[in-house]
Every structure is written in C-alpha cells, then in structure tokens.
Ligand binder design. Structure first.
Ligand code: GUN
Ligand code: FE
Length: 422
C-alpha cells in the first residue's frame, strides 16, 4: 500500500530554525509521496485507507549516516580506550570473526532486527572486508525492505594479519561485491568503503576512487576523528596539507558524493577543503565522547552550509537510536559553547532534529520532511506511557521529550518509501 492517510499529531522541520506541528491532523501519502497535511480529509482523498494513530506522534523517520553493523555485537563494551588502541585491541579482532559466515549470519540477524524496529528509516552501513558476510547482511536488509547503503570495507595495510587484504584482492572483491549487489538487490545499494586513510594504500585508494567514478557510487570513510590518527596520516602522506587533502589527492574527496564520519578536528585545519566538496559530514557525538575523540564544533558546520547529518557510529556509539544522536549532539554542542568557544551557540533541539531528518535524508533523496513531494519515510511513536503530571504539552514538546527519554515503548509504525513496514 503506497497511498494512504495517517491520522495523528504531526511534527517535522522544514528548516533548521522552523518546525511544523499539527495536532490531530491527516498526513496524506499518494504513490509513496507526501501530498500534504490537513485538518480533515479532503474529498479527493476520501477513498484512501486510513492508518488511525490518534494521539500518537507522527514524524519523519531518522537517518543514520554512519554505522558499523559488524560492531553491534560489542556495543556498550570496551570504552576505556581511545580510537587507535580500541581498533587494534577490540574492533579488529571482532570484525575478523566475520570470515565465518555462520557467525556473521547470527550477528547480522541481531543487527538487522534491531535496526528494523528502530526509528531509523535508512542507514549508511560499514560491514567488514568479507564479501560473503557483507552480502548476507545485504540480503537480510533487502528482505526487510530497508533501503540502505552497505559497504564492503577495504583494508590493505596497517591492519592485523587476520583482517587485511592483498591490494589486488581488495579491488577484485570490491568489483565482485558491487556487481552482485547491483544485480540482486533493489532496496540495498553498494557504497565504496575505504576504512580510513591509514588502512588503505595509495594504490588501493586510487583504484577505489576510480571504481566509484565508473560505477557512479557514493563513498564513505572516516576523517579527522582523533589527534593521534591525524598525526599518523601526516606521516603517511607527508606531501599533503592535511588529512582531507590526502583524500583529495587520492581522488576520494569531491569527485563522488562522499560521507566523512566525524570531522571532529577539521575546523581550523581543512574546513575550506570540505566546503562545496560533495561531502556529507556524519556527526557522531556519542562515539566522540566514548572514545575521547573531542567535541565537534557542529555550530560552525551547520551555519556555514556544510551538509551535516548524524550517525550512531555503533560501536564507538553504544546505541542504534538516532534520537540518542540528536540529544547527544545538543549536549556536546553545549560543552563546546561553554568550554571551548562561547561564540558557537549550542544547537537547539529543532536544529538537531533537522540534522537527523531533512539534512541526513537529503543524502538518500528527497526525504526527511513532510513537505509536498517528499518521499514518505514516517515513524509513529506512542508517548502515552511517559508518566508526568504536566499536561497540555505542544506536539513539538512531546517530540523533544520522547527523544530525550527514548521512551521505553517501541516504534508503533514505520513507513519507508511509502511502504508500511509495520
Ligand atoms: N576509524 C577507522 N575505523 C574506525 C571504526 O571502526 N570506528 C571509528 N569510530 N573510527 C574508525
Ligand atoms: Fe566509524
């Protein structure tokens, strides 16, 4: 069913400083696209079926621009280290297990089930270097009608023996992976995924950039997350002016639509290079806190037109919930304002919600808002179990409270691309 009406309390953010709240109204979806939101059902839509959600919150689905499916099994563990030792001591050994497709199947079943039932509509996902396991993950997402970008990770240097590829093998496996995903799946799309500069040789990086260009694929990677990582990149790419410039020289910045996770330390170093560069920044505040990476000056990027969405970065982040990323983004921006630079105003809830919906959604298409013509990605939430003596909250206040309290109730309905998943 891709034409229907949802009755409930509607909220969305067409602009970072503006929201639309409509209690007790009717959101009309025709052929998978938003027609509009009305006080009563217009005559011309009277034959459409009604999804009755009176008293519930009806909002755009959220977008996760950066998540490691292969790290979900150790979420909430091993948070006492910083990035590079955390990767070596915990993350790489866990990811090596995905060579075993039986393990991968069990683990990815858990990940996909939890992603499916969450408020996330679409996600950009890192798997591991293993083609077979990554295809298993794609197959599970496809079966659930979840339109995600999934990357087979590339790593051919500075990685442990159990998790490293020969350069030609990495290129050939990527080509085979891209071909198979394009052939077999419609919801799931491939994305070129050099893990980060230290784990990819120049030859591998250049080849991956060429594949992205030729196959017209987006790219995802990590940029300027941690100070030791940045120093390491400077020593690996001594001729580059900065980390972003090192990617640019390899063809991995600017030629295709690219998501760079983190950019915690890009401001003052490489922000000019990221400007107008086809780059989406995936801001991952929970991960930045857990791995002591730093506080991202998100105010600068948001106010200066950078496409800055949100990511969970599981398992640097502990939760798949993008509500959690929304409120963490607000919290971290307050710390930046108070501790680093008081000219960088803290994010408002509206701004962070806008990043999670309309800004992040624009990576995937015309998504993340209920303006006319937007593709219908919608979630319905029940906040009635939040006990409080406070009455008469506005719809916007109820959405904010739901996000902060991560209400114990599961998502009631999820609609993606006009299809009612549940
Ligand atoms: N940089 C390279 N790999 C990773 C990873 O798996 N997680 C995070 N947070 N940063 C990375
Ligand atoms: Fe990451």
């Amino acid at each position: 069913m891709s034409s229907f009406i949802i009755h409930g309390d509607v909220f969305y953010t067409p602009e970072k400083d503006r929201s639309v709240s409509r209690a007790d109204s009717y959101l009309v979806v025709a052929d998978g696209r938003i027609e509009g939101c009305f006080d009563s059902i217009p005559d011309k839509y009277s034959s459409l079926s009604l999804l009755e959600c009176g008293g519930k919150l009806v909002i755009p689905a959220l977008y996760d621009l950066h998540v490691h499916a292969s790290q979900y099994q150790f979420r909430g563990l091993w948070m006492d280290e910083e990035l590079l030792s955390w990767l070596n001591n915990h993350t790489f050994p866990e990811e090596a297990k995905y060579k075993d497709t039986e393990y991968a199947e069990k683990a990815y079943e858990i990940f996909t089930r939890d992603l499916y039932t969450s408020a996330t509509g679409r996600a950009c996902i890192f798997a591991t270097i293993h083609r077979s396991a990554t295809l298993l993950l794609c197959g599970m997402l496809e079966k659930l009608s979840m339109p995600c970008f999934v990357g087979k990770v590339n790593m051919d240097r500075n990685s442990p023996d159990m998790l490293v590829e020969d350069t030609d093998e990495s290129i050939n496996e990527t080509l085979a992976y891209v071909d198979e995903v394009k052939r077999r799946f419609t919801y799931v799309k491939p994305i070129i995924t050099p893990r980060f500069l230290p784990s990819c040789s120049d030859r591998l990086s250049r080849s991956l950039a060429a594949i992205a260009l030729r196959e017209e694929l987006p790219v995802q990677s990590h940029l300027s997350e941690n100070l030791s990582e940045i120093e390491w990149v400077a020593s690996l790419s001594p001729d580059s002016e900065n980390y972003a410039d090192a990617y640019r020289r390899l063809g991995l910045l600017g030629s295709r639509k690219t998501i760079m996770a983190h950019c915690v330390h890009s401001f003052g170093r490489e922000e000019e290079l990221l400007k107008n560069s086809n780059v989406y920044i995936a801001h991952c505040p929970d991960s930045n806190t857990n791995l002591s990476s730093g506080i991202m000056p998100v105010r600068y990027f948001l106010d200066n037109g950078y496409k800055t969405g949100l990511g969970s970065d599981v398992a640097g982040g502990v939760s798949l919930s993008i509500f959690r990323a929304v409120t963490d983004a607000v919290r971290c921006s307050k710390l930046y304002y108070r501790l680093v630079d008081s000219s960088f105003r803290a994010l408002s809830f509206n701004e962070a919600f806008y990043m999670a919906t309309k800004l992040g959604g624009s990576f995937f298409g015309r998504l993340g808002s209920f303006e006319e013509g937007y593709e219908a990605d919608v979630v319905v939430l029940d906040d009635s179990s939040i006990s409080s003596a406070v009455q008469d909250l506005s719809v916007a206040e109820r959405v904010e409270r739901y996000a902060y309290l991560e209400s114990s109730k599961p998502v009631v309905h999820k609609i993606v691309g006009g299809k009612i998943l549940f």
